[in-house]
Design a protein around this ligand. Structure first.
Ligand code: PGA
Length: 244
């Protein structure tokens, strides 16, 4: 659990600059393989375009994941599991249909707010995350923890910012169709993972990457909390690293 003292301790983040996201996927895959071989039981998984090359490597590998537990970061509120843009559908399409896990957990977008938050916090407590996969928003969110989310918050319902709705509308027919709320694992739970891999590609992430690595640790830059974690690997292409 994160204490005030840990919040003040700073660590260097390990940064790997790759040529493209396919190489990034291969690097991330090597780290996932190593963690699994070393006994990782619980993988924290993320959605979005950044982890897709990693999931491609996983699905094309010989590795068996059927003894592992997965816990996803978030899900849109109001979308049923079988909605084409739900994160349940995303995970099935990109990974789980090819590589079954022993158990997979994703927040239920139709769940009662209070019950769902309690349920998800119990899941995270029961299965401590060995390795957490992350993307990062252009506003430096991790999971759906938008700027201003308290670092010590656990699972909660988050109102999505205009920047996030704008970034995610490409997956929906129109901006109005993008859900306005999501259930998200909290930052406190994310940084409780033993090991973290964050991937980001493209110039639109450069500012967020720079602030995360070199800026002050502040709730206005949610990913800056990773400076307090002692085992983080950031995998970025040259464009995302261009403001470092
Ligand atoms: P992206 O999203 O990987 O699709 O860029 C990342 C995020 O918003 O966390």
């Amino acid at each position: 659990m994160m204490s005030d003292k840990q919040l003040q301790e700073k660590h260097d983040l390990n940064v790997i600059i790759v040529d493209d996201k396919e190489e990034g996927g291969r690097k991330a895959f090597e780290l996932v393989e190593e963690a699994v071989q070393n006994g990782a039981q619980v993988l924290g998984l993320a959605t979005g375009s950044s982890p897709v090359p990693l999931y491609n490597e996983m699905k094309n590998s010989e590795t068996d994941y059927s003894h592992l537990i997965s816990i996803n970061l978030d899900e849109y509120v109001g979308l049923p599991e079988d909605h084409p843009q739900s994160y349940h559908t995303f995970m099935y399409e990109h990974l789980f249909q090819y590589k079954p896990f022993k158990k997979t957990f994703i927040p239920n977008g139709l769940g009662d707010e209070e019950e769902e938050i309690k349920r998800y916090n119990r899941v995270i407590e029961e299965y401590p995350i060995d390795l957490q996969i992350l993307g990062i928003g252009t506003n430096a969110h991790i999971g759906f923890n938008e700027p201003g989310t308290p670092f010590l918050q656990e699972t909660h319902m988050e109102k999505l910012t205009d920047a996030t709705i704008e970034a995610n509308k490409r997956y929906f027919e129109s901006e109005e169709d993008v859900p306005k709320y999501a259930f998200s694992m909290g930052i406190k739970s994310i940084v409780s993972a033993k090991k973290i891999i964050l991937m980001a590609y493209g110039e639109q992430k450069a500012e967020a990457i720079s602030k995360m690595i070199n800026g002050p640790i502040t709730e206005e830059v949610p990913a800056s909390i990773l400076q307090t974690h002692d085992d983080v690997t950031i995998i970025v292409d040259k464009a995302a690293a261009s403001k470092l």
